[in-house]
Design a protein around this ligand. Structure first.
Ligand code: URA
Length: 431
């Protein structure tokens, strides 16, 4: 088989066989197929799509490109959660310690930023010393001992996705249902999950812009899960405006910490509560949503959720003093509050524009080798539907270079639109 023939076949809109997909994925993982060929292939998939059969084969091939974990000796139901990616989405950093504090052991493999959407690993690396490269043995030991792990993909789980994910980030090939579905589900299957909560984001700052696309992605992942014998629960959540206030790595860690302390923005807090509830029910820790919610509120209130986060940071080599004194995190050099240019109802806070501006500030990558600037980003102070008075603080920019600061102010102003007549608030979730 030749890689070029497989690329051509997909370019010409034909269905790839299981053996063709397997050959391509395994050879790419071994480094026998180059990044430029994989980029061309990913673009052909993005443009021409895949059948459900191809998507399932791609998922299983990526899951089998490395080890597949069996955690049944540690946890009865291995519950995992995954978001399809959004702006200001720091949910994992709050939800994992909460459910772990409720007694649901949870080990998760997270990803880096992808396009305009931030990544949990980049955020966690804001904490000095935090190690996102655990071995399988370390992963299992930590899960057994403290019931929580939050690491990256280096432990030879779905290495094909690790490579493709980084490539898609910088080749304009993120926004594809088969590529997203297989990327997420291959990681979940390889990490040994038996039950998965999938947070499918929809809107301007999501990879799925319409409810129809988001539903299709949710259905695709559910059917892959069923074929692979996994339970899947999907939630469709709004991503037209950023989630919470903070966008940018350190800022988001701080907001997750505030939430674990019982504060945090109302929308983010509620989003986390719903995700935790689904996880606790799937993981057989609670029978009903009310019971799960009460457990979540209790572990936040009594400090055990925050304590779980502290244990996680210590176990993974991070400096826990940053958990106790978030003011120790480095601030950006320039912190500018921008005021509302006029009065009106906020009709849009364009999440994608904010996400892209945040990448431009240095919070994400333009090419694979780019370093992340952890201290930069935005605080987006208002939500769609709110009435804003001219001169009220609208957002705060955190920048390290004056030129980037100026561009960020302009972009974030453009992201905010006003209306003279009342505007409906956006829902957190869709059916
Ligand atoms: N999250 C993933 O893990 N992969 C994608 O492709 C998109 C979001």
């Amino acid at each position: 088989m030749r890689a070029v023939d497989i690329i051509i076949k997909k370019r010409d809109k034909f269905e790839l066989s299981q053996s063709e997909i397997d050959y391509f994925i395994q050879a790419y993982t071994r480094g026998e197929i180059t990044d430029y060929q994989a980029s061309a292939w990913a673009m052909a998939v993005l443009l021409n799509g895949m059948t459900d059969r191809e998507t399932t084969n791609l998922t299983l091939s990526m899951a089998n490109s490395g080890q597949v974990l069996d955690l049944s000796d540690i946890v009865n139901v291995v519950v995992d959660k995954h978001s399809t990616g959004g702006v200001g989405d720091k949910t994992t950093m709050a939800v994992l310690p909460i459910v772990a504090a409720c007694g649901l052991k949870c080990g998760k493999m997270s990803g880096r930023g992808l396009g305009f959407s931030g990544g949990t690993l980049d955020k966690l690396e804001s904490i000095p010393g935090y190690n996102v490269n655990l071995t399988t043995e370390e992963f299992k030991k930590q899960l057994r001992e403290i019931g929580i792990v939050l690491t990256g993909q280096s432990l030879d789980l779905a290495p094909a996705d690790g490579k493709l994910y980084a490539l898609r980030d910088v080749t304009g090939t993120v926004q594809s249902i088969p590529l997203i579905a297989s990327s997420i589900m291959s990681k979940k299957i390889a990490a040994g999950a038996t039950a998965i909560v999938l947070d499918v984001k929809v809107g301007l700052g999501a990879f799925m812009q319409t409810l129809d696309e988001a539903r299709k992605l949710a259905e695709t992942m559910t059917s892959i899960g069923e074929l692979a014998g996994r339970k899947v629960k999907t939630m469709l959540s709004d991503m037209n405006q950023p989630l919470g206030i903070a966008v940018g790595n350190i800022l988001e860690v701080k907001e997750a910490l505030q939430t674990l302390r019982g504060g945090g923005p109302a929308d983010f807090r509620e989003h986390c509560l719903v995700a935790c509830t689904d996880m606790l029910i799937l993981g057989d820790r609670a029978a009903q949503p009310d019971e799960a919610r009460a457990m979540v509120e209790q572990v936040i209130h009594n400090g055990t959720a925050l304590e779980k986060f502290r244990q996680l940071v210590i176990a993974q080599g991070g400096d826990a003093s940053f958990v106790d004194q978030p003011e120790k995190f480095t601030n950006a050099n320039f912190i500018e509050t921008v005021f509302a240019p006029h009065s009106g109802y906020l009709s849009q806070v364009h999440a994608r524009l904010i996400g892209e501006a945040s990448v431009d500030l240095g919070a994400g990558r333009a090419k694979k080798s780019d370093p992340i600037d952890h201290s930069v980003g935005f605080e987006i102070l208002h939500k769609v539907g709110e009435y804003i008075q001219a001169g009220e603080p609208l957002f705060v920019v955190h920048a390290n270079e004056p030129g980037k600061q100026k561009r960020a102010v302009e972009a974030a102003l453009e992201a905010h639109s006003f209306s003279t007549s009342p505007v409906q608030h956006l829902p957190l979730f869709y059916n």
